[in-house]
Ligand binder design. Structure first.
Ligand code: BES
Ligand code: ZN
Ligand code: ZN
Length: 494
């Protein structure tokens, strides 16, 4: 983390503390004129003129007095404006002031009324400010031996209804706590985050909380005939585990949801080995699993009235003389058999046992998260996840949540005509379809193991789980994609 942050809401009338920076947003040049007038700010004319030019979006004014730095940022409701504006700007801002030795940051929160065309509700609007600061503060530097100790920075949101703002702060802090947990797990390299270490970290994170964690070790997996998970993990000295986190709210439970995540702690491709380039980012092949636990963390902190079971098979897809092979037939926990045609299509195999286990828990809904295919990124690009489901309502609601959280998701077709592409002559299903429509057939493979009476959606997040250039808070590290999206989705469940 860059700073040791303390976030709070303060009234307009509160006095600025020393070593401070104030940020003002203005809708347009007239707004800017009014602002400097009403605050009696003295800014020299050339600076004002330059800032007013269309191509300039930010003005930084230093002074000897307090505040030491005044920042003006244009927040114009033009065609480029979107729900991520404040989140993205503030996340970048926190990085840019790292070396300025400030102690206090003041951010004047503009009136919601000015932006209610874009933000569907006040909470979303306020939350985006706090989220920006918290997301931008993220770094993953535990392996750097030379690093500066984070300085204290108190971030004050100037907003007169401090109570309402404080509420949105608490919510944002809970959600970003989940995002950060997911990011830390995903960024951790595979030589430290083995399946067992994954299990230990999750156990530790939820210790003493309202979430209980169970871990099925290899023996337990054998007892349960979870041969799909066991086969993929067979070649690694780091033995496979199944991680289960159960959050049960205290009061009334509105729905029970199973969240399933791919937890491949490293994907070499197995005997169908990947080239070096393809392997580079494969420590993040457990991002779906990390997202699941990030969501559980956020939901439990926010005390959402939904019961959640997070189910994550954690394995390393490695290579040795004992590795599973193309041509093998695996008999899964469900009894259904898989013909292995490509050991690099391992995610769907481990998820087969996990989805069957999830179905047995009789949840009202199942959603799974997986960095499943390169094909999804070929279809949708790096910053958008694909959603695959027959359930129009779940799809609609996920896309709605995506609009307010700016975690992009888009639906791809899921017709049954794709099923025949996975036919196998010797087993019930093949783990490999043709090159075309690879993300869809991967989803179809998963569907084969889900109880068809349970509404289910599959999210392929191979693109947005890894760092990408969409925003200032996704460009440097694995992103924790999905935690904010699903936290919003779960919040809407009534
Ligand atoms: N983990 C990969 C998918 C992936 C690729 C995730 C790039 C993140 C970034 C997955 O296990 C895989 O290797 N999929 C294969 C499937 C193919 C063999 C059918 C792929 O996408 O090439
Ligand atoms: Zn693979
Ligand atoms: Zn994989």
């Amino acid at each position: 983390m860059l700073f040791n942050l303390k976030l709070k809401a303060v009234k307009t009338s509160s006095k600025l503390l020393s070593n401070s920076c104030v940020v003002y947003f203005c809708k347009d040049n007239t707004g800017f004129d009014k602002l400097i007038k009403s605050k009696k700010l003295e800014i020299n004319k050339p600076q004002v003129q330059i800032f007013k030019k269309e191509e300039n979006a930010e003005l930084r004014v230093w002074s000897d007095g307090n505040p030491n730095l005044i920042l003006f940022k244009k927040a114009e409701l033009n065609r480029k404006f979107n729900v991520d504006f404040f989140r993205n700007y503030l996340s970048g801002l926190i990085t840019s002031i790292e070396k300025l030795y400030l102690k206090n940051l003041y951010i004047e929160v503009p009136a919601y009324n000015n932006y209610n065309e874009i933000f569907s509700n006040q909470m979303h609007f306020y939350q985006s400010f706090a989220e920006g600061i918290l997301l931008g503060n993220y770094t993953f530097d535990i392996y750097k031996t030379k690093k500066a100790k984070p300085n204290n920075l108190s971030v004050n949101f100037i907003f007169d209804d401090t109570k309402v703002f404080q509420q949105s702060l608490a919510k944002a802090e809970a959600v970003i706590n989940g995002v950060t947990f997911a990011r830390d797990l995903t960024n951790e390299p595979a030589n430290t985050l083995t399946p067992l270490e994954f299990a230990n970290r999750v156990t530790k994170e939820f210790k003493g909380s309202n979430v209980s964690v169970k871990v099925f070790n290899e023996k337990e997996l054998q007892k349960r005939k979870m041969n799909a998970i066991l086969s993929v993990g067979r070649a690694s000295k780091h033995r496979p585990q199944l991680l289960i986190a159960h959050y049960k709210p205290k009061g009334k439970v509105v729905k029970k949801i199973a969240l399933v995540g791919k937890g491949v702690t490293y994907d070499t491709g197995g005997l169908s080995i990947k080239p070096t380039k393809g392997m580079l980012e494969m420590k993040a092949d457990m991002a779906g699993g990390a997202t699941v636990f990030g969501i559980v963390r956020a939901a439990s902190l926010n005390k959402l009235p939904v019961e959640i079971m997070g189910i994550v098979p954690a394995v390393e897809n490695a290579i040795d003389g004992n590795a599973y092979k193309p041509g093998d037939v695996i008999s899964t926990a469900s009894g259904k058999t898989i013909e292995v045609k490509d050991t690099d299509a391992e995610g769907r195999i481990v998820l087969a046992d996990a989805l069957e286990f999830a179905s047995k828990q009789k949840p009202d809904q199942i959603i799974d998260f997986a960095t499943l295919t390169g094909a999804v990124a070929v279809s949708l690009g790096l910053f958008t996840a694909g959603v695959f489901t027959k359930n129009d309502q779940i799809s609609y609601k996920l896309i709605e949540s995506s609009k307010s959280t700016y975690e992009h998701i888009w639906r791809l077709p899921f017709w049954d005509e794709y099923n025949s592409l996975l036919e196998s002559k010797i087993a019930d299903i093949s783990n490999l379809g043709p090159r075309w429509g690879g993300a869809i057939t991967a989803g179809k493979f998963l569907e084969f193991f889900v109880d068809e009476n349970i509404p289910w959606a599959h999210i392929d997040m191979a693109g947005p789980a890894l760092k990408h250039d969409l925003t200032s808070y996704t460009k440097d590290y694995c992103t924790g994609y999905g935690v904010r999206l699903i936290s919003d989705y779960l919040e809407q469940i009534k």
